[in-house]
Ligand binder design. Structure first.
Ligand code: UFG
Length: 341
């Protein structure tokens, strides 16, 4: 039987590279397209080293329709996983047009080209950011979406809508939006992981860089929230588990098991962990001390959110498997690999 091929846009990025590895492990061919605007060619090398497969890589911007069309002309994939997007919440507030242009144009190009070339299955990287500050925990896929807090978040909501409307209108196309909670960790080989540029905005890279001595002190943004220890609560999902959810989503569509043309799944563990808990778990799991101080709240932070992943468990046949300690050890191993520690 001919191997199924998947185009991974943004495949040199954090989640994209891990997904490429899992797809190959599950028997798929993969083509990576990435403009390297916030990613690194070494991630593609990492994917090749882990899998032993010379994965094709095209350096192209999905917003550049002509360049992107060439990828469709050259490769015969039936499915696309679309990661390529800008993702810094704070930057999106300062440069909204960059976010709308990048994230919407690239996604609309994907859909147009899939139609033009008769490609069938699309997975879109969405985010739990679409739920805003939820009234009830945990959130299910039926929890109402709220107006986005940032242009970045708004692009996720808008792309979900573009996908929903396109799938309704166009035959031959089906799609799944995966709403990620907070992806953390790295591949157990420590050959790929998260590569933040400059000062990390997210919690785990800040913790690992503090442990490595690159940052002096972690600022914990607020300990006066209405949570048990006063710090914010999130659902931290291992990036390898998250990558596997994409494989399950692609399989579901290829096997014709999807119940609707457009489906949505929460991808989280179902477990809420506070910032302070995470810091202490990291210290215990890795036997290192994290220098931290409590500072004021960060503007725009959600107090608490965690997933009800039941639908993904039952329908996708996917479940988060890695323990938080394993994930935190992998995050630290990756940081040490990067810094030659
Ligand atoms: N935090 C700190 N100190 C830091 C960094 C983060 O205390 O130096 C805290 C934040 O205040 C928050 C928690 O750690 O309470 C997690 O923060 P992250 O920045 O790691 O993640 P967010 O939940 O803010 O954002 C993430 C993704 C977004 C996505 C959002 C959806 O980065 O892309 O989840 O909720 F939109």
């Amino acid at each position: 039987m001919k191997k199924q091929c998947v185009l991974v846009s943004g495949g040199a990025g954090y989640i994209g590279s891990h997904t490429a590895v899992e797809l190959i492990g599950a028997g798929f061919d993969v083509v990576i397209v990435d403009n390297l605007s916030n990613s690194d060619r070494n991630a593609v090398e990492g994917v090749r080293r882990i899998t032993g497969v010379e994965v094709p890589f095209v350096e192209a911007d999905c917003c550049d329709r002509a360049a992107f069309r060439k990828v469709f002309e050259q490769y015969e994939f039936d499915s696309v996983i679309h990661f390529a997007a800008s993702k810094a919440v704070g930057e999106s507030v300062l440069e909204p047009m960059k976010y709308y242009r990048n994230n919407l144009t690239s996604f609309m190009n994907v859909i147009d080209l899939m139609r033009e070339f008769g490609r069938q299955n699309i997975v879109f990287s969405s985010s739990c950011t679409v739920y805003g500050e939820p009234e009830k925990q945990p959130v299910t896929e039926r929890t109402p979406r709220k107006p986005a807090e940032s242009p970045y978040g708004n692009t996720k909501t808008m792309c979900e809508d573009i996908l929903r409307d396109s799938l309704k209108a166009y035959d031959g196309l089906k799609g799944i939006a995966l709403r990620y909670f907070n992806p953390i960790g790295a591949h157990p080989s420590a050959l790929i992981g998260e590569l933040p540029r400059g000062v990390p905005q997210n919690l785990i890279p800040y913790i690992t860089q503090t442990a490595a001595g690159i940052r002096e002190c972690l600022s914990v943004f607020g300990d006066d929230y209405p949570t048990p220890d006063g710090s914010c609560i999130r659902d931290y999902i291992d990036v390898v588990d998250l990558a596997r959810a994409h494989v399950a989503a692609i399989r579901r569509m290829i096997d014709g098991k999807n119940k609707e043309k457009y489906e949505i799944f929460n991808i989280g563990t179902g477990r809420g962990v506070s910032v302070l808990e995470l810091v202490h778990r990291f210290e215990e799991a890795n036997g290192v001390k994290i220098n931290y101080k409590i500072v004021g709240r960060r503007a725009g932070d959600i107090i608490a959110i965690w997933a009800d992943p039941t639908l993904a468990n039952t329908e996708l046949g996917w479940k988060a498997e890695r323990s938080l300690d394993e994930t935190l050890r992998a995050a630290w191993a990756w940081e040490k690999h990067l810094r030659n520690l």
